[in-house]
Write a protein that binds this ligand. Sequence first.
Ligand code: SF4
Length: 386
Amino acid sequence: MIKNDNVNVNANVNVNDHGLRLKNLTLPALESFALSLGEQKFRARQIFKWMYQKRLPDFSGMANMPKTLRAALAEKAVIGKLEPRRILESSAGDAVKFAFSLLGTGYAAESVLLIDGDRRTACLSSQLGCALGCKFCETAKLGLVRNLSAEEIIGQLVGINDYQAAKGDKLVTNVVFMGMGEALGNFESFRAALSIIMHGDAFNIGARRITVSTAGVVPSIERLMGEGLAIGLAISLNAWNDEARGRLMPINRKYPIESLIGAAKRYHSKTGRRVTFEYVLIEGETDTGEAAAALERLLGGFPCKINLIPVNPAACNLPAPPDGKVERFAEELHKRGLSATIRKSRGRDIMGACGQLTGVDVGVDLDVDVDVDVDVDVDVDVKIKR
Ligand code: SF4
């Protein structure tokens, strides 16, 4: 396990020896930088387009800018790219897992591309490891190594689009923050990354096509509401009473179910978005008739969706419901007037709740046998690209 003692959890990489790292900047910050160089604001939009639409790694190809400006930029700033250390494609062709090397470290951030009809969904990581310790989650075993910078979050998206462009396939249409880490626990980087993802001169992905998953940090949900963004909110609920949820998710001791559902209801009234509750099904624990009745008491009458996720036993040693039980549990919820869907497993449930990526590509485990990675995470038949 990687220890995080005495580690600054914030990746403070805005400036390094090579200059200002531009992918950490929102458009207004980039405009201020352009002004500081004696340039006009519109240069920032041009740079934005080159960085995110053309995905250039440096200034040399920015054809609509004078050479003198490109040279000045190269002296003071850096763009750069995250390089994929490994890319795994699921045998069904519906999921691709990436491990991106993190700048200046031996670590990797994991992301997943999900392919479904016309939709190309990027599942991004926001932290390296996670501090919240959910029992069903492999990422939790790493502890929190550190927060990712905005550049490192955005870099995953640029890398996935590079991969898609090379294949001649569509670029990413949707984004979910369900990879490694609690995105709302890294709010500043997450917020900056969101502003870039949504901007028309960058990725131009609207709020309705973005979802953030949270383990239930209530003040951060309130803070997100204050941003007025109306992105989708998915709450990792996973249990129907505080005692059981507290065992699975230690964060529940701080923000119990009632406070969490209160925050979800406020989020819905403020944004108009239907909140999704992710609910991991564990045999004999969260998949019982008592659980269904309790969910009705908790969520009946609230326009929300329950996303049922059979636990991945290979990843966390908890028993999965037997065949047919997931469907029966969904049916039971429907009878009780609740809207429930079953998460389609792509590969071997490589997505999980809010971050079931194992981190086997991360740092200390670099020498791990790839087959282990494959078995645990991406199904039994994947093609190793790199
Ligand atoms: S489920 Fe999400 S919040 Fe919980 S430990 Fe895993 S990454 Fe962190």
